[in-house]
Design a protein around this ligand. Structure first.
Ligand SMILES: Cc1cc2nc3c(=O)[nH]c(=O)nc-3n(C[C@H](O)[C@H](O)[C@H](O)COP(=O)(O)OP(=O)(O)OC[C@H]3O[C@@H](n4cnc5c(N)ncnc54)[C@H](O)[C@@H]3O)c2cc1C
Length: 420
């Protein structure tokens, strides 16, 4: 049977892959996104992203105007002002906390669910869930055949690996590339603002970005995400109404409820062994954290105590090692697949969307203005590596400063690619 052909095949329908598909379609370039999962069910779906101007600009360039309008109208709000408190709820001075970083938008807070809905809008049959990429084969005529787990295949001029930190495309293209466990563990959870009112949570923790900086131990970052449900209804972007979300219990895909959330990070082992913590449910994880901070002021402890346990999760923080260079060919990489980074600067998703903008520009120069395809891909890769590797490095440093006050972290043995 003949293998179907598509000009640009994208593996992975995360923010990077979907933004690229939108950009290519806007430029009249034939494309399809091959995504493994029917429903994106990783727990971080329930949390918001901090958004930066570079991603907003890329979305404006790559989305049709009505979708960019929907994106802007449904962006959530986070507090514009920040406060630093010690564990006794005394205000403290904390230089560097709350300052605007580069192109960060302090007051904007982007629901991952909403972003996904916006990016999927209008893709129609170009979005092909249920396709797990396995491997590719380079063809003598310069095309590539991408092979999927169900035995199907597609031939393409450009294969884009946008399949995240554990990318199967990257594993074949760059077999020595390493993703490592940084030795940092993150706990986070959220509470609806309705519940916060019921439990009398202090307005200082709801109306400000509050950094709790204890005299000893690790800090907790608290902020809120406020949304306008009417805007969601107006643009048909209510997450829980999505047919593919209907059978999923809990509030995982609810993007119309405002909430306060917190996150904290410890070094591996400080809260207990991974082998135990990874088996615990949300309520037990909250108990573990309270055993460490239960003596803090009740106003802080209550936020943790009354957190919705179904939103609590324990995460091993991983990073890639920046610096890989390869010879440009018809297979390229984008987003976390090539520059996975710690979340400490809120740059990973923004960088993936920014990459999508760079690649859409280069591919449209190739398809519409006669730029040689390999030259376009090389220019994309140079630009992507320059900003992506720097972001990986600064995200690692930010993590080090936050969790270990700048001293070296106790990293586990470095033999952990691919991810479990
Ligand atoms: C706790 C936490 C907080 C964060 N906060 C922020 C923030 O505030 N701001 C920010 O910018 N970033 C943040 N990030 C980073 C951000 O989530 C990622 O950088 C971003 O999701 C990367 O997008 P991507 O499209 O490259 O990859 P992904 O989002 O990982 O998407 C990859 C897609 O590929 C699919 N896939 C994987 N393998 C295959 C396969 N073999 N075949 C087909 N499909 C496949 C997956 O199912 C997935 O849909 C945070 C990350 C974490 C963990």
């Amino acid at each position: 049977m003949a293998v179907p052909f598509i000009d640009v095949a994208i593996i992975g329908g995360g923010p990077g892959g979907l933004a690229l598909a939108q950009g290519l379609r806007k430029n009249g370039i034939e494309t399809a996104v091959f995504e493994r999962d029917h429903v994106r069910a990783d727990y971080v779906q329930g949390f918001r992203l901090r958004i930066r101007q570079r991603a907003i600009d890329a979305l404006e360039a790559n989305l049709p105007p009505h979708l960019f309008e929907a994106f802007l109208a449904t962006v959530g709000r986070s507090p514009a002002e920040s406060v630093a408190l010690d564990e006794n709820f005394n205000r403290i001075e904390h230089p560097g906390w709350g300052g605007t970083q580069e192109d960060a938008h302090g007051g904007k807070s982007l629901s991952r669910i909403t972003l996904r809905q916006v990016l999927l809008s209008g893709l129609g049959d170009s979005f092909r869930p249920g396709n797990t990429f396995e491997r590719y084969e380079l063809q003598p005529d310069g095309t590539v055949i991408a092979c999927f787990a169900d035995g199907s295949a597609v031939r393409t001029n450009v294969l884009v690996g946008a399949d995240g930190a554990n990318s199967a495309v990257r594993r074949q293209l760059l077999p020595d590339f390493r993703i490592f466990d940084t030795g940092v563990r993150r706990l986070a959870g959220k509470m609806t603002l309705e519940d916060a009112a019921r439990h009398g949570i202090s307005p200082l923790l709801l109306d400000y970005n509050a950094g709790i900086r204890p005299s000893t131990g690790h800090s907790i970052m608290i902020t809120s995400h406020r949304v306008d449900p009417e805007a969601y209804a107006r643009y048909g972007l209510i997450g829980a109404n999505d047919a593919s979300h209907r059978n999923i219990a809990g509030s995982h895909f609810d993007n119309t409820t405002s909430y306060v959330w917190w996150n904290t990070a410890y070094e591996a082992g400080e809260l207990g062994p991974d082998s135990v913590l990874e088996t615990l449910g949300g309520a037990q994880l909250l108990e573990v954290l309270l055993a460490h901070i239960g003596h803090w002021d009740e106003r802080i402890a209550n936020l943790i105590r009354y957190t919705d346990p179904s939103t609590v999760a324990y995460l091993k923080v991983r990073s890639s090692e920046p610096g890989a260079i390869w010879e440009t060919g018809p297979v390229t990489l984008l987003g976390d697949s090539i520059h996975a980074m710690t979340y400490f600067r809120a740059l990973g998703g923004n960088s993936a969307i920014y990459d999508a903008g760079l690649l859409a520009d280069e591919l449209s120069a190739a398809r519409r203005r006669g730029k040689p395809l390999l030259e376009a891909l090389r220019d994309y890769e140079d630009a992507m590596r320059a900003h992506g590797y720097e972001a990986v490095q600064t995200s690692l440093s930010a993590m080090q400063n936050n969790v270990a006050a700048g001293r070296a972290l106790h990293t586990p043995p470095r033999n952990q690619s691919p991810l479990p």
